[in-house]
Design a protein around this ligand. Structure first.
Ligand SMILES: [Zn+2]
Length: 262
């Protein structure tokens, strides 16, 4: 049986609501990712992560995966290359709020956002605040990059600044998935040059002390902000295993807590 929300009939969804199913909402975007990765990268990773997590959990927790959201916000910097769709933050907030509200109005109470696009941090937190205020439903916003940070730091081959955008982390995942990646076009010339003790950068483990986008300082030539040349399918496999393991642990905790507070 499919875990895809969109494959269900309304009667099947009614049953899922009765079971208190968990609904995963993968959020990506369509955005340039350098000369070696498709513009769908964030959207593909969002969808793949949600599906893998749902498959791993389905025997213990009823779970559905929403169609991955693709029309996101990117900073104007990213529109220097073709392929970047830029929906204003206010619109993204409004659309995602309405999607969540629709799910809650039909009876789902356990929603979890899977955020696979860096420029959505902040935006998705606002959506979660609005959903909580409107519906009394507390929706976690999660990030595969953060969930896999420790595992990635253990195996990464790139220097600091190598995994921000279209770099080692994303490229390794896409290689692991068997998605179209042209490694002959991958270059390290746009590894992030600016480092600051106040910005977490690409270790994803710590919280930045300040919010400060340094992408504008980078003046990337290729649309890459990192080093994809050292990416490998093997690294992608390690990242993905860490993502699934940590998500399963968190989602068990989240669902148990949600059932308790019903
Ligand atoms: Zn990306």
């Amino acid at each position: 049986m499919s875990v895809q929300f969109a494959d269900k009939t309304w009667q099947e969804l009614e049953e899922a609501i009765r079971q208190g199913a968990l609904v995963l909402l993968p959020v990506g975007t369509i955005e340039e990712h350098g000369p070696h990765l498709p513009v769908s990268t964030d959207w593909v990773i969002a969808r793949r992560v949600a599906e893998a997590v749902a498959e791993a959990l389905r025997d213990e927790i009823p779970v559905l995966v929403m169609p991955a959201y693709w029309a996101g916000y990117s900073a104007r910097e990213m529109a220097r290359w073709p392929g970047t769709i830029r929906v204003q933050p206010e619109t993204v907030i409004a659309v995602l709020f309405d999607i969540c509200s629709s799910l809650i109005d039909m009876g789902f109470r356990k929603l979890v956002v899977i955020d696979c696009h860096g420029h959505h941090s902040g935006i998705l937190n606002v959506v979660a605040r609005k959903v909580a205020d409107a519906h009394g439903v507390y929706m976690p916003v999660t990030s595969p990059a953060r969930m896999s940070a420790e595992a990635f730091q253990r195996v990464r081959r790139s220097a600091q600044g190598g995994a921000i955008h279209a770099g080692e982390w994303e490229t390794s995942l896409m290689l692991h998935f068997g998605e179209p990646v042209d490694m002959s076009k991958a270059t390290a010339e746009d590894i992030m040059r600016y480092h600051s003790e106040f910005v977490a950068g690409d270790n994803f483990c710590g919280q930045s002390l300040v919010f400060w986008s340094t992408w504008g300082l980078q003046r990337s030539k290729t649309g890459v902000y990192g080093d994809p040349t050292v990416a490998s399918a093997q690294t992608g496999k390690v990242i993905m295993e860490a993502i699934v393991e940590r998500y399963c642990r968190f989602l068990r905790e989240f669902c148990a807590q949600a059932d308790e507070s019903k």
